[in-house]
Every structure is written in C-alpha cells, then in structure tokens.
Design a protein around this ligand. Structure first.
Ligand SMILES: [Zn+2]
Length: 313
C-alpha cells in the first residue's frame, strides 16, 4: 500500500532528484465584447482565451491559460453590479491578463474565491491582493503553510510567472453556506479526498451551473499526486448522478460544460490507479499514461504528480 501525503518533505525529496453545445444558456458573441480573432463565444487574448456564457441576470467569463501552465481555468462571475473571481492561475502574468479583462467590464471586484491549495489556482491571485480573498479554512491554512515553498520550487521552471510572495485567503467560506450577490446565488460545498484533500465547488442554482474546478478535467491529464483515487472517483460519481446543473465548468481544459468529461475522468482515474499499483517508477507510469492518452494536454501535470507518487527516498 503506497501512502501519499502532499507534504513539504515528500515534495522536497521528489524535487531534488470543442465543440460547444448548449441549449440554454447562450454563448455571447465575442464580437460584441470587442474580442480579437473569434471563435464561437471565444475571445482570443495575448496569452489565454476567454469563453463567455450569458444568463438572464449574470454572465460567466471563463479564462483558460495556455498549455504551459496546464490549461487552467479562472471564472469571472459578472452579476448586475459587480464581479466575483474564482481561482487565479499559476502565473502572475496570466493573472494580470485576467485583471485587465475584468477592468474592461467596468464593475468593482467584490471578492476573489480560491478553490483549493494547488498553485495553478492561486499564484496569480497576487494581482488581486487588494480585494477580499475567500476560501475554505483548510485551504487557507494549507496555503499559509505551503505557499512560500510552492513559490520557491516554481521559480526555476516558471521564472517571471511566479509571484513575489504568497497571498493567503483572508475570508473563510463554510461548507454548506451560500452568498447572494445582486440576486445571484452561490452555494458552497467542501469536497474532501479528491484531486486535492480539500476542495471547494460552487453551485449556481438559478443558472444551473456547477463550478467544479479541479474535481473535473476536460481532455487534460488529471493531477493524481494526492493518490486519492477512490475518494475522487466517488465524488465524480455523485457529480454524475446530480441532475441539478446543465453546465459544469472544469478546472483544466475547454469550458464545454459536457457531462461526458465526467465519464472520461472516471475512466482515466481507474486506468492510472491500475497502472500505479503495478509499476515501480514515475517514468513507467508516465509512458503508460501518454500511450493511452496521446492527445491530452497539460502533460506537465504528470511530471509534477509523479514527484508525489514516487517520492525519492
Ligand atoms: Zn489545477
């Protein structure tokens, strides 16, 4: 039985050695948003891209980073009067791109929500350090404890993308709580033992949207570094059985909102769990994964994952 903990010790040891199909809601024409070269509802930007989904009272602007940092998503929830940002990228440069875009919407940023501990979801929060940063208390303490370390180990590979210092969430979100912002309701759920040990999902009942973040990936390699194969699969199964949402937004990969990506993720996890139980090295696991999923993006996540699954003695 391999015992995985996402601890500083493990990481140090390791480091050394779309098609879019919607009924409702509609995808906003990017042309009306003065986007660049346009796909359907897609605004091309200097680094990432923005997909905009329109509802009666609100819009969700979903940013996706380039493959360099793993096609990570950030969502800007636009209510009638203000903006709520969900997750902050692994790069302050991409974080600034999102900040610049948010400023063009002409509404104040009410709050910033961090879904979980992993740096690809909060490094870029540095560009939003002037607004209240909300998270689960577990995520707050994980970033407090591991934040500086994540920044240090990321500098060699990411350089100028890395923030000068960590931004620790300063407002606590309780499991089962909700906020109503200009009539837009956000319901919070604490999910444990999945892609990360502590994760936040946000459900928007009026819009029938589930912001799943890293509980769900879409055509990207899943980060299995915590080794929570069973817990993650259980969470995905209950997500699959949940019929209360029409659109589910993944933490990595295209914002297609498809339920098929849930089945894909379940198959992927079962595959990786099976191979992991048989092989002895990270290289063996990686080559098995790349053979099985040659077209998946975010390959760098497999390398990071293997630092945890195969810690150097
Ligand atoms: Zn992630």
């Amino acid at each position: 039985m391999k015992n995985i903990t996402l601890s500083r010790r493990n990481f140090v040891a390791g480091a050394v050695a779309s098609s879019v199909s919607f009924g409702m809601p509609s995808i906003v024409s990017a042309r009306s948003l003065n986007g660049g070269a346009l796909g359907q509802g897609l605004v091309a930007m200097t680094h990432g891209s923005m997909t905009v989904t329109d509802f009666k009272e609100s819009r969700i602007h979903s940013y996706q980073s380039p493959n360099l940092t793993g096609c990570v998503s950030t969502h800007i929830i636009e209510t009638p009067e203000r903006l709520v940002i969900v997750d902050g990228q692994r790069s302050v440069i991409f974080g600034q791109e999102i900040r610049d875009y948010a400023e063009t919407l002409g509404k104040p940023i009410d709050r910033f929500i961090v879904s979980h501990l992993h740096p690809d979801h909060w490094f870029g929060t540095y560009q939003f350090r002037d607004v209240p940063i909300h998270a689960l208390k577990q995520t707050q303490s994980e970033i407090e404890q591991l934040g500086d370390f994540f920044i240090e180990i990321s500098k060699p590979s990411l350089g100028e993308h890395v923030p000068p210092e960590k931004v620790v969430p300063n407002v606590i979100i309780e499991d089962g709580s909700y906020d109503v912002i200009d009539g837009v309701r956000l319901e919070y759920k604490h999910v444990t033992d999945a892609e990360s040990d502590n994760m936040l999902t946000i459900y928007m009942p009026e819009e029938k949207v589930l912001i799943a973040q890293d509980l769900l990936y879409n055509n990207c390699h899943l980060f299995c570094g915590h080794g929570n194969f069973q817990g993650w699969q259980d969470s995905l199964k209950s997500m699959r059985n949940d019929t209360s949402y029409d659109l589910v937004l993944p933490g990595h990969g295209d914002i297609t909102g498809s339920r098929e990506s849930i089945d894909d993720a379940l198959i992927y996890l079962e595959f990786v769990e099976g191979v992991y139980s048989k092989v002895n090295t990270g290289d063996e696991l990686k080559s098995a994964i790349l053979d099985r999923y040659p077209s998946y993006l975010a390959e760098s996540l497999v390398d990071i994952q293997n630092l945890f699954l195969f810690p150097k003695k």
